[in-house]
Each structure stands twice: as structure tokens, then as C-alpha cells.
Design a binder for this molecule. Structure first.
Ligand SMILES: Nc1ncnc2c1ncn2[C@@H]1O[C@H](COP(=O)(O)OP(=O)(O)OP(=O)(O)O)[C@@H](O)[C@H]1O
Ligand SMILES: [Mg+2]
Length: 242
């Protein structure tokens, strides 16, 4: 059997960090696993990602934003997630449809039923078996991201100073990755997003597992592994003779 696990939570709560830890764990344990993220994960979806997160598009309509996320998701599901699940693998996805409900629904006030219809159209109704929720007060998450952005800038500046000109600097996350158009929205918006996640969780508690994102990275990673282990019993390992 296959397993589809998504990571959700407010900005800077450690989704990407924990998704990577879990991916490494699964690989070490010999499970067929892929790690992907939203928006992105395919060349087409990555192009949409650049568009939707670009800070220069200050006039983007909420509807446009919603449909762009849905378009990127449709491509990711069709090209990557569904085929891999059909092979019996484990798919880890850093954000998925719940982000649409939390950000465009609760955050921007779009109608949740309409968002569900658009999501159904985009995904064919594909739902995660399990969703890891990393909970963090909004200000703490934004502070983590500001720090991350500043560290990246410093590293880039240092590199420009130390590298002789003909050598191009190695690839590094862009400023856009560390601090994007959506991060720049007001704190109240991010607070609505977090409250929205709480609503989504209480409406479907079976699927969600909630973690305190203020814990140490390794402690969290251990807790997340403990939560998913029961779901792995039906997944065949790569060297499984069954
Ligand atoms: N448990 C933790 N404790 C303290 N800092 C952490 C923890 N986990 C991650 N961080 C740091 O917080 C910042 C954000 O982490 P990460 O990028 O994993 O979050 P994210 O939820 O994926 O953020 P985004 O919303 O931007 O996708 C990074 O600088 C990361 O090193
Ligand atoms: Mg991330």
C-alpha cells in the first residue's frame, strides 16, 4: 500500500526542516519515498511558484492567486504524486490543499466551499492519509523567517567579497525563497491562517497529528517518526521479498 503524508503549519514553523528529516529516515529504513513541495515539484509548477511568490505582483487578485496554486497542484498530482502512489511508494509533500483552505480561505476570506470545488477539480479528490501539523505562534515563525533571510543575505554578501570574479557563486536559496510575497502580509492575516488550521483540524481530527513546533528539531523529528510508524506496516520496503 502507498502512503501520502503532508506537512502543514504557519510560516517558519519548520515544515521543510521536518519533511527533510522524515524523508531521510524513510530512506535509511529502505522505504521507497519521495519528498516534494507546494507550490512546485515539477518544472511547470516551479514556474508557477516563481510567479505566485514574486513580491513585485502586489496587485494579484485573490482569485488569481487561488487558481495559480490550484494549477501548480494539478500538475504536481498528475506528474509526480499520483504515479508514485500508484507504485506503492511514500510521498511526503511540504504543504498541500489544506494550505489553500488556511491561506486563501481563512487568511484572505475566500469561500471555503468554492475552494473545495476548485481543489477537487485540481486533485481529482486525492487526500493525504496523514497530515503533520507544526504549530507555532505567528510572531515566532515570522521572526525565524526574518532571521533566515538576514543570514542568507549575509552569506551572499560574504561570498561576493571572497570569490574572485570569474567564479559564479554556488546556488543558494534566493531572497524570494526566504521571504516572499505571502510572508509580507500583515500579522493579523497570519493569525487568521493559524486559527483556520485549528478549525480544519477539529473538523477532521483523524487525519491530523499536531506537534509543538517550539521543540528542538531532533525531538520533533523523533515524535513525527513515532506518529507515522503505525502507517508504515502496509508499505513494502525496497528489499522486501513478500
Ligand atoms: N525546531 C526548530 N527550532 C528552532 N528553529 C527552527 C526549528 N525548525 C526549523 N527552524 C528554523 O526556522 C526557520 C524556518 O524553518 P523551515 O524553513 O523548516 O520552516 P517552514 O515551515 O518550511 O517555513 P516556510 O513557511 O517558509 O516554508 C529556519 O531558519 C530553520 O532553520
Ligand atoms: Mg518551507
Amino acid at each position: 500500500m502507498s502512503l501520502f503524508i503532508t506537512f502543514e503549519g504557519p510560516e517558519g514553523s519548520g515544515k521543510s526542516t521536518q519533511a527533510r528529516y522524515l524523508y531521510e529516515y524513510l530512506q535509511n529504513q529502505g522505504y521507497p519515498a519521495i519528498l516534494t513541495r507546494e507550490p512546485g515539484g515539477t518544472p511547470i509548477s516551479d514556474a508557477v511558484r516563481r510567479l505566485v511568490l514574486d513580491g513585485q505582483w502586489t496587485t494579484m487578485e485573490p482569485t488569481t492567486e487561488t487558481l495559480l496554486f490550484a494549477a501548480a497542484r494539478a500538475q504536481l498530482v498528475g506528474e509526480v504524486i499520483s504515479p508514485y502512489l500508484n507504485l506503492g511508494g511514500v510521498v511526503l509533500c511540504d504543504r498541500y490543499a489544506d494550505s489553500t483552505y488556511a491561506y486563501q480561505g481563512y487568511g484572505l476570506g475566500r469561500n471555503l466551499e468554492e475552494l473545495r470545488t476548485i481543489t477537487l477539480f485540481a486533485t481529482g479528490g486525492l487526500l493525504p492519509h496523514l497530515t503533520i501539523y507544526l504549530d507555532l505562534p505567528v510572531e515566532e515563525g515570522l521572526e525565524r523567517k526574518r532571521r533566515q533571510r538576514d543570514e542568507l543575505r549575509e552569506r551572499r554578501e560574504l561570498q561576493q567579497l571572497t570569490l574572485p570574479l570569474p567564479h559564479l557563486p554556488p546556488p543558494m536559496p534566493s531572497d524570494q525563497e526566504a521571504w516572499n510575497r505571502l510572508d509580507a502580509r500583515e500579522v493579523a492575516y497570519h493569525q487568521r491562517v493559524r486559527d483556520g488550521y485549528m478549525d480544519l483540524i477539529s473538523a477532521d481530527p483523524e487525519r491530523w497529528r499536531v506537534f509543538d513546533a517550539r521543540l528542538e528539531r531532533e525531538t520533533l523529528a523523533d515524535q513525527i517518526v513515532a506518529a507515522i510508524v503505525p502507517f508504515l506496516s502496509d508499505v513494502r520496503r525496497l528489499n522486501d521479498e513478500r
